[in-house]
Design a protein around this ligand. Structure first.
Ligand code: 3EB
Length: 342
């Protein structure tokens, strides 16, 4: 097999290469000058004093033994800068942007998130990268508040208001991560491109944008994954994936069983991506490029080690302590995969 044909996108050769690749940013606490042509350093840990828009520091504690983040190395020249509070970096094919809202700006969570989303959507479009491929949201005290007053649910309402203005908006939602931090505020990181990605949903899970009313007044506006057709092999950017089957939480209280469900959810997603978008290919042809594992309680690490070894040893895994958007969820995994051309 020499061609990679992508349903609704045509032969891969017709698409540009993805002009960046991921390397380790080194162990926690390490810090070095950014190499030439770096799109960004996406790192977990405290922010440094230097305000380089390419340095993204998410205030989550890295677990011992794992590297603290990634360097996104560009194969094209990079431009970067600040536009007010928005930091950005771009290479004519992709744009990475970051925006932090301090806790004081979140007094009206719904309104603040609504405005931040309008701002980011407007920003990437104005710079010529109108397609949102993936968004990371790191929100302080994500599970605080009861019922519909929970901060995550308020966040979802604001996000929904910002994206639901077009009739077909659900088919264009980006892949996402939403994780709670122990500090305050909201950090947004966006990966946007010039060409649209293809949405992939998970047959084992109700689409998040269709979650029923009990999970909040407005459903979470994200896709399970974005498939990017690329001349050098399609990329699959997979959203934070939790132990949710249908729309229900599976194995509340058991982090190891939750991690096994996550592995099953990821397998189902890969099979579905192949079935719907990559005719003639097999799910096991996807190669994992990287994982990020978010664990709510550091003391659960020994309980999940075996399942991590069984299911997630095929690519570098960053591991951090973070809260998941439903209080019963103890662990979540996001992933990037590549489907080689031949
Ligand atoms: C879930 O599947 C788990 O609201 O942007 C995962 C990834 C989750 C992204 C988001 C939420 C989000 O519902 C939670």
């Amino acid at each position: 097999m020499t061609v990679l044909k992508i349903e609704a996108a045509g032969p891969a050769e017709a698409w540009p290469r993805l002009p960046y690749h991921i390397e380790s940013a080194g162990p926690p606490g390490s810090r070095r000058p950014l190499p030439e042509q770096t799109l960004c350093e996406f790192r977990f840990g405290p922010a440094g004093a230097e305000r380089d828009p390419r340095r993204i520091a998410i205030d989550l504690e890295a677990l011992p033994g794992a590297d603290a983040g990634d360097l996104w190395r560009s194969e094209l020249p990079v431009r970067h800068g600040w536009d007010g509070a928005i930091g950005y970096s771009e290479n004519d094919e992709v744009l990475v942007m970051q925006l932090r809202l301090e806790e004081a700006e979140l007094a009206d969570m719904e309104e603040a998130v609504y405005r931040a989303y309008l701002r980011l959507v407007g920003f990437v479009a104005a710079r010529g990268y109108p397609e949102l491929w993936r968004i990371w949201h790191y929100l302080g005290a994500i599970n605080e508040g009861e019922g519909d007053a929970e901060r995550y649910r308020q966040f979802c309402i604001g996000r929904y208001r910002a994206v639901a203005d077009r009739p077909d908006f659900e088919a264009q939602l980006p892949a996402a991560t939403a994780i709670g931090t122990r500090g305050g505020g909201l950090d947004l990181v966006v990966l946007a491109g010039k060409r649209p990605g293809l949405q992939v949903e998970n047959p084992r899970q109700v689409s998040a944008f269709r979650y029923p009313r009990p999970y909040g007044l407005r459903s979470p506006s994200f896709s399970r994954a974005t498939l990017l057709p690329c001349a050098d092999g399609a990329r699959l950017l997979v959203s934070g994936t939790a132990s949710i089957v249908g729309h229900a939480t599976a194995f509340a209280g058991d982090p190891a069983a939750q991690l096994r469900q996550i592995a099953a959810n990821l397998q189902a997603l890969l099979a579905h991506a192949v079935h719907t978008r990559l005719p003639g290919r097999e799910a096991d042809e996807f190669a994992a490029e990287s994982y990020i594992v978010y664990l709510r309680h550091a003391e659960d690490l020994p309980r999940v080690r075996q399942a991590l070894q069984e299911h997630f040893a095929d690519a570098p895994a960053r591991m951090v302590i973070g809260d998941i958007c439903r209080s019963e969820l103890l662990i979540e995994v996001e992933a990037a995969y590549r489907m080689p051309v031949a």
